[in-house]
Write a protein that binds this ligand. Structure first.
Ligand code: SAM
Length: 302
């Protein structure tokens, strides 16, 4: 059973862009649904591994703040079938995907639309608050963490997924173009990320020491653990193979969003990697892999 409790009147920051579901950054989250779901699935072993770190916590109420299409939320609903799990996000299209996913998988999931940080108030109390790759989209990250910590019931755990390592899909030397493409994509991405953060309304610079920020939010027993995501080559053939598809979707996104930060040689290389007919493209070359690392920062409410 899937319960949907969308509050569509919560989009307090909406400023009218047709694709801009109220968030104060440049992301068209609804259009990223496929990529987010695919990433969630290809990274997915890490959520179960992180939940195993919670020891004997048996949460009755769980919030996934910024759930996107609900891959982690559904995982939590299946690991804790007795818990009430709520996927919270500012993009209704993604919440609809989360609800569909829950129905398909036969897990219980509620959804709630909320814009952060304003919409965080009143969501608690919860025994587990999970938030993955979301806090960095809020201008005042420490303020957001303070609010998230405030949603915890006594003894409840906040799990924040941030940092980790950027993904790798391809060898350093592709046999064409200039070796080291992925490192240059990382640099361009970091540049864009910094610009995105600086342009967020109410952006507050902070030392991004996640464990330090969790402690500053008043949490105890703070610790971080990193989980390897390792899908080595060779992967099965075919453009729909999830690792190949996630490489394609991510490189397409780089091609679209980083074009002004890359030189012509790298843009030509990206075009070749994305050409479905090219045997050296990501759909067909035998050496495509996915290697990344997800870091989860845990803290407990006193
Ligand atoms: C990078 S995605 C992460 C999705 C999921 N947690 C994961 O790990 O795959 C960020 C999510 O946060 C949501 N989001 C970002 N900024 C938000 C804001 N200010 N208010 C509400 N939701 C926001 C987006 O709609 C998107 O679903």
């Amino acid at each position: 059973m899937t319960t949907t409790q969308a509050r569509h009147d919560d989009h307090s920051h909406d400023h009218g862009h047709p694709h801009h579901h109220g968030h104060d950054d440049d992301f068209d989250w609804a259009a990223m649904a496929d990529l987010l779901e695919l990433e969630g699935e290809t990274h997915s072993p890490y959520v179960r591994q992180a939940l195993a770190e919670l020891g004997d916590l048996s949460p009755r109420r769980i919030l996934d703040i910024g759930s996107g299409p609900g891959v982690a939320a559904c995982r939590m609903a299946s690991v804790f079938p007795g818990a009430e799990v709520t996927a919270v996000d500012g993009t209704p299209e993604l919440l609809a995907r989360a609800a569909e996913r829950a129905e398909r998988l036969g897990v219980r999931l509620r959804t709630q639309a909320a814009e952060f940080p304003a919409g965080l108030a009143g969501l608690g109390p919860a025994d587990l608050v999970w938030t993955a790759q979301v806090v960095h989209h809020v201008g005042d990250q420490q303020g957001a963490l303070d609010q998230l910590a405030g949603l915890l019931a006594p003894g409840g755990v906040l799990a924040v997924v941030e940092g980790g390592l950027p993904p790798r899909w391809l060898p350093r030397d592709l046999g064409f173009g200039r070796p080291g493409l992925q490192e240059r994509l990382d640099v361009a991405m970091a540049d864009r990320f910094s610009r995105m953060r600086a342009e967020l309304p109410g952006a507050v610079p902070v030392v991004e020491s996640w464990s330090g920020m969790l402690r500053a939010a008043g949490l105890t027993g703070v610790r971080s653990k990193t989980f390897l995501v390792d899908h080595p080559a060779p992967q099965a053939d075919g453009p729909e193979q999830p690792v190949r598809l996630s490489a394609r979707r991510s490189l397409e996104r780089c091609r679209d969003t980083l074009a002004d930060l890359l030189d012509d040689v790298d843009l030509t290389t990206l075009d070749r990697l994305l050409d479905p007919a090219d045997p050296e493209g990501v759909d067909r070359r035998p050496d495509v892999f996915l290697l990344t690392a997800k870091t989860v920062h845990f803290g407990t409410a006193a």
